[in-house]
Design a protein around this ligand. Structure first.
Ligand code: 13P
Ligand code: SF4
Length: 319
């Protein structure tokens, strides 16, 4: 509509005027992903968002996603101004892992290497030896297990369980989960497969074990997009946030992409598998961020230095 075009036009102009760059996650609104693409920003998974933001020469980054993504950008690029459409966009994994409780847990197991998922606060990262995203969790844990290291894993128990099974590593798991992926049901997916017997099932490893068990491919958002592109099937049942369909359909034009059911009965829920915090990002608050410089991310300097080590380790490991 004309209103949307007006927003986009203003945002395009301000991005140039303010030397800013839009970095968006695959789960944000299609319009945001489009705009990030058109303006030389990036649309990607959480690992690539971190890499891209750190390398980009812009003095301001607008991080459209959830808070940990903005914090990660600030930790990697303290000299940049990091703005978010809203600082209220958090993540159930981050909420479920308070830094003080986590530190106490780590203190009880001093013999273990501490590996935390990127979906955590700067304070939790500061307590970690490694940060990982779902794109490289397996590789990092394999590397640690090869050295005979025992591991504390936080906060996602489902991703942790998946990594533990795949690598055989000795892992103590924190009890956190993603409220979006936790809702996928194996029964619903199997019922849907009866209707589309040739469909391949693509699953993000934040999903429960029973769902991971019936997957044809398991991986991070970028890995699932690649799977849809590369696998020969022409139909896919996709168990992750529906925001991914925008890029997945571009990568796999002509293929049929179905939302994995979040109910047990096979009923496809058209609005459930969408992160409420990702949904807080919109053109309106992106424009407000650019105009007013509100919702800026700040990370305490000491905390930043501590959190940088495990984050930089991840980037160096995956470089
Ligand atoms: P990815 O790193 O796979 O993009 O995952 C981020 C996330 O929040 C998934 O829910
Ligand atoms: Fe967190 Fe889940 Fe939302 Fe990703 S989809 S940001 S893991 S609540």
């Amino acid at each position: 509509s004309a209103e949307i075009e007006a927003y986009k036009e203003k945002i395009r102009r301000l991005l140039v005027e303010k030397d800013a760059c839009l970095v968006a996650h695959y789960y944000t609104d299609d319009l945001i992903q489009q705009l990030a693409d058109e303006t030389g920003g990036c649309v990607s998974d959480s690992l690539e968002m971190a890499r891209f933001g750190a390398r980009h020469p812009a003095s301001t980054l607008i991080v459209a996603g959830v808070r940990f993504m903005g914090e990660t950008a600030k930790i990697l690029s303290p000299e940049k101004r990091i703005l978010m459409p809203t600082l209220e966009a958090t993540c159930s994994l981050d909420i479920g892992c308070p830094a003080d409780e986590f530190a106490a847990f780590c203190d009880q197991h001093p013999d273990r290497e501490v590996v935390v998922y990127a979906n955590t606060s700067a304070a939790v990262k500061a307590r970690a030896d490694w940060v990982v995203t779902s794109s490289i969790a397996l590789k990092v844990v394999e590397h640690l297990a090869d050295q005979g290291k025992k591991i504390i894993w936080a906060p996602d128990k489902h991703l942790g369980e998946y990594v533990r099974k795949e690598t055989g590593a000795d892992m103590l798991l924190w009890d956190g989960s993603c409220i979006v992926h936790e809702e996928f049901k194996a029964k619903g997916i199997l019922d849907l497969k009866q209707v589309y017997p040739d469909a391949a099932v693509l699953v993000h490893p934040e999903s429960p074990d029973a769902v991971v068990q019936i997957a044809d491919a398991v991986g991070s958002t970028s890995q699932l997009i690649k799977a849809a592109q590369d696998m020969p099937n022409d139909t896919f049942i996709v168990a992750t946030d529906r925001g991914i369909f925008y890029k997945m359909q571009q990568a796999a034009p002509g293929k049929r992409l179905l939302e994995a059911p979040t109910g047990g009965s096979g009923a496809v829920c058209r609005s459930c598998a969408h992160c409420p915090w990702m949904a807080m990002n919109g053109l309106e608050n992106i424009l407000a961020a650019l105009e007013e410089g509100a919702d800026e991310i700040h990370v305490d300097a000491t905390l930043r230095e501590q959190a940088l080590k495990p984050l930089q380790r991840m980037l160096d490991f995956s470089a």
